[in-house]
Design a binder for this molecule. Structure first.
Ligand code: URA
Length: 190
């Protein structure tokens, strides 16, 4: 049932013209993965590779994220669900604007209602601030258990994998620690 509903929601999003990103996008990157995931990953917005393929996190940073989730949570991409706060690529990968986040808000809310994850992983400063409605930075709150008005599931913020690609082993190690918090929640929930 969740699958049918999430497909319907995705179809609605494909026709969305609620903000100016619809003028420059190639594809709406709605989200993909399991229809009954224990974990939902929320990133910022699609980049070039995602805009061309319609799949979230398929570029270099996505590959790192997938590897870390595989190693730390023992889950494949097909077993989780991955989406973004904003479903269309901002030109030249600029930060999404406030009205663009607002235009996508109900899609994210509905996705989380349908998917009912046990835990949400918000990746990067931008997604974390949007999901938690906070001004706090990722360095301060990564790896802590947070709550969001979007879902009853706990939210664990972590670094964006692009930051880990730039920052090297130190950032990767912190992401692994953050994922171990997610693992702990899953172990308690199941
Ligand atoms: N960065 C994101 O935040 N999301 C993607 O889908 C790809 C890169």
């Amino acid at each position: 049932m969740a699958q049918r509903n999430i497909d319907l929601l995705s179809q609605q999003a494909q026709n969305c013209r609620a903000c100016e990103l619809s003028n420059s996008r190639t594809t709406v990157v709605f989200g993909s993965g399991s229809e009954s995931p224990e974990v939902v990953v929320i990133g910022e917005a699609p980049g070039e590779a995602e805009d061309l393929t319609g799949e979230p996190f398929v570029g270099r940073s996505g590959q790192l994220l997938e590897r870390l989730i595989g190693e730390e949570l023992k889950k494949t991409r097909a077993e989780i669900y991955i989406t973004n706060v904003v479903k269309c690529r901002p030109p030249k990968n600029r930060d999404p604007k406030r009205d663009e986040i607002a235009a996508c808000h109900d899609f994210l809310l509905r996705q989380l209602e349908l998917l009912e994850p046990h835990v949400i992983l918000s990746v990067g400063n931008f997604a974390t601030r949007a999901v938690l409605n906070t001004k706090k930075g990722i360095t301060e709150i990564h790896g802590t258990t947070q709550t969001s008005e979007l879902s009853s599931a706990p939210v664990i913020p972590t670094f964006h994998p692009a930051a880990a690609l730039r920052g090297g082993p130190r950032v990767v190690a912190m992401m692994r620690e953050d994922l171990s918090v997610v693992r702990g929640i899953l172990e308690c929930a199941t």
